[in-house]
Write a protein that binds this ligand. Structure first.
Ligand code: FAD
Length: 332
């Protein structure tokens, strides 16, 4: 039977859930608190282009994920990122990352979420703060006090702390408590994208240094389809360091990350432009991986990277498993 389903969040998990359920004939409406879709598949507009400030690349080990992207986002929305990937051992020597196919959205990460969102009905700029039952249907309430009525089922794809808060504020205490083991597993990350006029002379385009401050540095301009003058580098801080500096001013964050970057690469030139971004929920540390959660009695489901090992592909896996559990017709 055709159901009316609300999906909260338009990151990859929410987009995937909505597309699959919609393709099965259900009436699906997606609610997103930010201005646009994508969630942690995120790009910031910068001079002459954009920089991927969230997810850096993704893998596609499950052929179903590749089929999904090709069908719904289109093969032109992403490409392989054939770059020099390296990491630094605790002793300070550098090693190449294992060989793996790595993909990025083109010409920016959000090209994927933008393309996917064309297949769904999206209400953006709407943060859902409560779920309540009205005449045996779910009603959603937004921060603006507006109500959205008549849903048979609700899928929540917010990170665990936000999902837990929403469930608690909706009086769904048992479900909220069930997320306790997940809440601490998503760690914060300060990010800075910085522009250099001259090329940075460094043996890697993307690297994980052995540093107390930096978790990751990547030459965003080395990704396919970027047409920057000079180079945009994306610097991600370590979770522990971010935690200690979570309320610091962006200027002092940028100063610290850029000083570490200079020490790492020996690049003396100061950036002529930079943009900060603070992720309170960035990467999920692998913990308990149930795949998804679905409560048949209430009709409430949860999906997201944090239920399936973290990462972009995990978000897709989680959503795919949830829609199966919700009774999607199997793929022909
Ligand atoms: P999200 O993308 O977080 O989507 C959740 C959405 O819900 C958001 O859009 C949010 O605004 C919305 N929302 C939350 N609460 C509400 C509410 N109450 N009402 C309405 N909307 C709401 N993964 C990789 O595979 N490779 C990487 O290299 C990589 N690097 C990363 C680097 C950083 C700095 C970060 C932040 C993440 C990185 N990741 C990486 C992780 C990857 O981005 C995520 O695993 C994936 O994008 C998660 O998708 P999702 O749909 O589960 O969650």
């Amino acid at each position: 039977s055709i159901r009316s389903i609300a999906v909260i969040g338009s990151g990859l998990a929410g987009l995937t859930t909505a597309i699959f359920l919609g393709d099965s004939g259900h009436n699906v409406r997606v609610f997103e608190k930010s201005r646009g879709p994508g969630g942690r598949l995120a790009s910031k507009r910068v001079a002459n282009g954009s920089a991927d400030i969230g997810a850096q690349y993704f893998t596609s080990r499950n052929p179903g994920f590749t089929r999904f992207l090709d069908r719904w986002a289109g093969p032109r929305s992403y490409q392989s990122w054939n770059a020099r990937f390296g990491y630094q051992t605790e002793r300070g020597s550098w090693q190449a990352f294992p060989e793996e196919h790595r993909f990025v959205g083109t010409p920016r990460m959000t090209a994927i979420s933008r393309a996917l969102s064309e297949h769904i009905t999206l209400a953006s700029g709407v943060r859902i703060v409560r779920l309540s039952k009205e005449d045996s249907k779910w009603q959603l309430t937004g921060t603006d006090g507006q109500h959205y009525d008549g849903f048979d089922q609700v899928v929540i794809t917010a990170p665990p702390a936000q999902a837990q808060e929403l469930l608690r504020d909706s009086g769904l205490d048992a479900m909220a408590e069930g997320l306790a083991g997940h809440v601490g597993n998503i760690l914060p990350c300060w990010a800075v994208a910085a522009h250099f006029n001259r090329s940075v002379d460094f043996p890697f385009d993307a690297a994980r240094p052995n540093s107390d401050v930096l978790f990751w540095v990547a030459n965003n301009s080395s990704k396919p389809g970027r047409e920057d003058d000079g180079q945009w580098w994306v610097l991600h801080a370590n979770p522990g360091w971010t935690h200690e500096h979570v309320d610091d001013a962006p200027e002092s964050i940028a100063e610290a990350l850029l000083a570490e970057f200079k020490a790492l690469t020996g690049h003396e030139e100061a950036p002529d432009d930079w943009v900060p971004h603070r992720w309170l929920y960035a990467r999920s540390e692998a913990g308990d991986n149930p795949g998804y959660l679905f409560d048949q009695n209430t009709g409430i489901g949860l999906a997201g990277d944090w239920l399936a090992g973290g990462r972009v592909e995990g978000a897709w896996e989680s959503a795919s498993q949830l829609v199966q559990a919700m009774g999607r017709n199997p793929e022909p």
